[in-house]
Design a protein around this ligand. Structure first.
Ligand code: ATP
Ligand code: MG
Length: 466
């Protein structure tokens, strides 16, 4: 069993609450430094290689080794320079004798019958999400089914991971994290939940429900988009039979249950052009972009010369975390201005995500394709049409007669629901595509146009294409 806390010299590291204390007083440790220290403490006295640290602390991300040095030097300032030894060229070692224990103060231990498995994923250092995190925490506290809704790459999984960690001490039976992103059928959802609860994967749904009936547990169902109907059916049964269970779902497609409370996650806040450097840094998108570039190039610094390009990039990418992450990876090689200039050419530059990432997160194109594939054909058709409209448009610009208007408005609302269309009720023309969404939708429009032309040509030549 993983200890709930580690003690070394005058220090205490509380894993559940993510706190570092010195003689009971809180020390200002950043999230990444905390994670590095947790790995070193778990293996105190042993060499922990740089590769192991990178894999444990930046899972799925390609980051430069100097990131580790940054965290280590921060930690040395907090717990003493000699506490962490550098093993030249190989890794680091916590030199202080360290004990782990599970007694009171940290995370309440789960009953033996409900192992807290699999461990909650470590959220990334989250930028610009303080308010979202406390709002979501409040919702998870007071509602039994919360869906975090938003487009691919907006940060639903990252936020849910942070929210689950924050909520954990309130759930006496702990939390279970289930990634249902690869599930294709209802049975896969049940099997994934069973596996997370350490039950046999062929456990019938009724037995999984019975197993959870008396638990005070937070069940996180992550990436439920493709199985939203199956997730909804199961969620409804669980809510009816497990009165102390809370569900947190991340999805691009609402579950559509009466009991569902939806948390719509917007992209990160973006500064307006001309915002001075210090003020611009308080915006989540810029803070994330800067941190991600610095992680890849320690010589990079935002200054008066490049702030305009950095703001331009954040605006062009509409503050979408995945897009910022992919763009940041290009900056050390190309520079901010070149990256910004080439974004107009299409989405090609926003590729090359880390090999550990889900395939849909390796490029923005892949993420948008994933969202697009979740739409019904009529919604896809409308989305393509929107690429031809002015940047902001009203419902009357959809070019529909009164008899089809309601149906089209319904589809438009579905696109807003999936965050593929932005809605700003304060404007006379309240709808817009994001900049990158417009590039994607235009490409789809061209593609569909040429397929139509081929079909017509084929039909007149006597071929069938479908
Ligand atoms: N606020 C943030 N600060 C730093 N990094 C973030 C933030 N939000 C998201 N990220 C990073 O952006 C990437 C995409 O985020 P995430 O996987 O949470 O998106 P998602 O909304 O769950 O996407 P999908 O619908 O495709 O599952 C991840 O690498 C994540 O770590
Ligand atoms: Mg996700």
């Amino acid at each position: 069993m993983t200890p709930a806390r580690f003690r070394f010299a005058a220090f205490e590291l509380q894993l559940g609450q993510r706190l570092l204390l010195r003689e009971g007083r809180l020390l200002p440790v950043t999230s990444r430094a905390f994670d590095v220290l947790a790995v070193l403490a778990a293996r105190a006295g042993e060499l922990v290689s740089k590769e192991e640290l990178l894999a444990a602390v930046w899972p799925g991300l390609v980051v430069e080794e100097n990131n580790i040095q940054v965290q280590i030097s921060q930690l040395r300032k907090l717990i003493g320079a000699a506490s962490i030894a550098t093993v030249s060229g190989r890794g680091y070692r916590l030199t202080l004798p360290c004990t782990g224990d599970n007694d009171a103060g940290a995370v309440p231990p789960a009953p033996a019958s409900v192992p807290r498995q699999p461990a909650l994923p470590l959220p990334p250092a989250l930028y610009g999400r303080d308010e979202d995190l406390s709002d979501l925490d409040e919702m998870v506290r007071s509602r039994r089914l919360v869906s975090v809704l938003g487009t691919s790459g907006v940060g639903k999984t990252a936020l849910a991971a942070a929210a689950a960690r924050r909520a954990l001490p309130r759930f006496t039976d702990g939390a279970a994290w289930v990634d249902v992103g690869t599930a294709l059928a209802p049975a896969d959802v049940v099997a994934a939940i069973a596996a997370a609860l350490h039950l046999a994967t062929d456990t019938p749904a009724a037995d999984v429900v019975a197993h959870l009936a008396a638990r005070r547990l937070l069940l996180v169902l992550d990436n439920a988009d493709r199985v939203s109907a199956a997730t909804a059916a199961l969620a409804a049964t669980l809510l009816a039979h497990a009165p102390r269970l809370h569900l947190l779902v991340t999805t691009q497609v609402r579950l559509n249950l009466l009991e569902e409370s939806v948390y719509r996650l917007a992209a990160l806040a973006v500064p307006t052009a001309g915002t001075p450097l210090a003020a611009a840094r308080t915006f989540g998108a810029l803070a994330m972009l800067e941190a991600r570039v610095v992680a890849l190039d320690h010589l990079f610094a935002l200054d008066e010369d490049n702030i305009a390009a950095a703001i331009g990039l954040c605006r062009k990418l509409d503050g979408l975390p995945l897009a910022l992450e992919l763009a940041a990876a290009r900056v050390p090689g190309l520079g901010l201005r070149t990256v910004l200039a080439h974004l107009n050419d299409g989405l090609g530059l926003l590729s090359g995500g880390s090999a550990g990432a889900a395939p849909r997160h390796r490029s923005l194109q892949a993420a948008l394709e994933w969202s697009y594939a979740l739409l019904a054909p009529e919604e896809q058709a409308l989305y393509r049409e929107l690429a031809a409209l002015p940047p902001w448009f009203g419902p009357d610009q959809l070019g529909v007669g009164p008899n089809r208007a309601l149906r089209r408005l319904d589809k438009l609302a579905a696109l807003v629901d999936r965050s593929l269309v932005v809605f700003d009720g304060g404007r006379a023309e309240p709808y817009a595509l994001t900049e990158t969404g417009r590039l994607f939708a235009s490409a789809k429009r061209r593609q569909a146009g040429s397929t139509d032309r081929r079909k017509k040509a084929g039909a007149s030549a006597g071929f069938r294409y479908d």
